[in-house]
Design a protein around this ligand. Structure first.
Ligand SMILES: *Cc1c(COP(=O)(O)O)cnc(C)c1O
Length: 421
């Protein structure tokens, strides 16, 4: 059974000063998990988790992860600015982007971030953008085809826009070595939300063998291998959670079998997890404001897909708990909807839940990653607040909700409207 990390009583207290909807985060859970990740890879001296900022770009949350040695994985100008503003420096920042604008390479280089090149043509593009090839450089790999594990096909890299072929990578390493690069990294993201302990160890094995081949072919010094993201979380109550300690041991085994005998035991392992670091430790709290009985039973909420787009866009399952009714039988069947003029704006379809009354608070689980950050303003909906449930049980507003002023901030219609609210 999936249990919310917050009680109805606590939510009733919070809504006195922060109206619904809002995303709430569990400091205790974030800390325990980050500490486990650190321990799971402690066998590797250079290990670092670069938190994928896109999953949850809230500075308060990133600062918590930082206490456990995490860096930032950024993919855009503003994410780089956020990391810089928080005081992350040099190789504490990974810049993994694609279709990258020149000014973003310039800024990443200025910060001393590790630049991860998505394509062979970016070798020249980077050099033209910043005037040199950095001492430390990383290339993103795409093996093509489908990515299979024991339980079937995980994903389809052959259809993915990211990364370069092994031949291109070999050539890129040669060129950059000649241009003065000294420390080389390898990166790949080949499957998303993998709820299996097998993915990282298999990926690590593939990348470690690639590293050995690249070293033999080009003579470069491979100093790190970045397993990127893709470690999943159980969104449904039936799925078992990944065991990060077991995953860390699986990667260690591949490391000892492949890299150590090749004389590459000094290589650092990096990760760029987003979902695994934050997903389960966030929830979207929304109030049931309407009920509707036509051909189906509907519950209308004060949150909508603009606050959490995964169900509407990917058909993703997010578990829902009716706060205060945790122990009541799920003997009603509802479509739980938001208010967008879009029929896909449903948090759940034909979901068995306890009877929901107007005014009930719903807790939509696992919104800590790719939740708030994927939000948008369609239908003039405003982004919600974010609240931190602190380890001591108190709460703190860590991002205020948007106001109409924020929505109107990008244009000046003072000529048209006189008294803007
Ligand atoms: C999205 C992304 C991540 C994080 O992925 P998760 O599935 O959230 O772990 C890491 N690295 C890159 C380059 C990404 O695009």
């Amino acid at each position: 059974m999936k249990k919310p990390f917050v009680t109805l009583e606590k939510i009733q207290e919070i809504v006195k000063d922060i109206p619904t909807p809002f995303h709430i985060y569990d400091e205790k859970g974030i800390r325990e998990n980050a500490s486990q990740v650190k321990q799971a890879f402690a066998w590797n001296t250079g290990f670092r988790e670069y938190f994928a900022v896109k999953a949850n770009p809230n500075p308060y949350l990133i600062n918590i992860l930082r206490e456990y040695g995490c860096g930032c994985d950024c993919s855009s100008m503003t994410e780089l600015m956020l990391a810089a503003e928080l005081g992350f420096k040099g190789e504490e920042i990974m810049f993994s982007s694609n279709a990258t604008p020149a000014e973003e390479y310039r800024y990443a280089a200025q910060l001393g971030a590790i630049i991860n090149l998505d394509d062979f043509t970016h070798v020249q593009f980077l050099e033209e953008s910043i005037g040199y090839i950095p001492r430390t450089i990383c290339c993103r790999y795409n093996p093509g085809g489908v990515y299979e594990m024991s339980n079937g096909i995980m994903d389809n890299p052959g259809d993915a826009k990211y990364g370069m072929t092994e031949r291109q990578m070999t050539e890129a390493f040669r060129i950059m070595k000649n241009k003065g690069a000294e420390k080389f990294g390898i990166h790949a993201f080949l499957a998303s939300n993998t709820v299996t302990n097998e993915y990282y160890p298999k990926l690590a094995g593939d990348l470690f063998r690639l590293a050995v081949r690249l070293k033999e072919a080009t003579g470069v010094n491979v100093t790190f291998i970045n397993l990127s993201g893709g470690v999943g979380i159980p969104y449904t109550p039936e799925q078992p959670a990944n065991d990060i300690v077991e995953i860390g041991q699986g990667v260690k085994k591949a490391f000892e079998e492949i890299l150590v005998p090749a004389g590459m035991g000094h290589v650092a392992v990096y990760t760029e997890m987003g979902r695994f670091m934050m997903g389960p430790y966030g929830g979207l709290v929304t109030q049931a404001v309407h009920e509707k009985h036509i051909y189906k039973e509907y519950i209308g909420c004060d949150a909508c897909a603009a606050n959490l787009m995964r169900p509407a866009v990917y058909g993703s399952y997010h578990h829902i708990t009716v706060l205060g009714k945790e122990n009541q039988p799920c003997d009603h069947k509802y479509d739980v909807t938001g208010s967008l003029c879009e029929n896909s704006d449903k948090f759940a379809i034909d979901r068995k839940l306890p009877r929901i009354d107007k005014g009930d608070y719903l807790f939509i689980h696992d919104t800590g990653a790719h939740g708030y950050s994927m939000g948008y303003q369609y239908n003039g909906k405003l982004r919600s607040a974010e609240v931190l449930l602190k380890a001591d049980g108190s709460h703190r507003l860590i991002r205020r909700a948007e106001t109409p002023r924020d929505y109107f901030a990008t244009f000046d219609f003072s000529d048209i409207v006189k008294n803007l609210i």
